[in-house]
Design a protein around this ligand. Sequence first.
Ligand SMILES: [Mg+2]
Length: 254
Amino acid sequence: MSLADIFDGYIVDLDGVVHLGWEPLPGAVDTLRELSRRGKRVVYLTNEPRYARTSITSRLRGFGLDVAADSVVTSGWAAAIRVAEGGASVYVIGSAELRAEVTRAGGVVLSAADASTADRILVAGHSDFSYAELRAACRAGAAGAELFAANRDATFPMPDGPWPATGAILAAVETALGQSATAVGKPEPAIFRLAQSRLGPLTTVVIGDRPDTDILGGRRAGLPTILVGSAPVTAETRPDHIIADLPGLLARSL
Ligand SMILES: [Mg+2]
């Protein structure tokens, strides 16, 4: 018996599980195709805030996976829905694709020049982060805007080692504003429930490579968890199962 025999719904992390950087990890695509062949349902849940859901769907399709657009949930998209509530005006530290997600969600995205009139600030990692953005967020915060973040991840994995992520930039913003953000992405249980709502009432498991986000969040949402890889765990982040890589789901080891 394998783990894939136990579960019918899969909430699967992307970075470090399905791909690393822009390259699929060995055996990951074949495993996901096999799950699909067996009638299993998969939702991808990523803390990646730089790319729109449509971009991530295209990337996965480029790997040869048959992925529906609504089976991808990102922290950027979930955060965009949250900050856009009520048609709010938002100053965004983040990529052009994230700003477009906020606009699609019904928010009014402000320029840096208008930041002091923002209802909310949204912070997300992106490679063009600048002091000018930090200053604009500072003006928005001083004028009373609420602070939100896509997540608190310090880094994300890349083939040449970890790269700074949203949490690193958020630390600068929180320090400058003297306030703590409401984070939307993993390990917050709400984003797992959002992902689960796309699967329906199936026996669902959370799969990820980060104990502090994937496993902790899955546990908080009351779901069983599988850790991919060998990251150290604590009592709070202990998974139900550990596999070396995604093909481990199909190994007959139970
Ligand atoms: Mg990951």
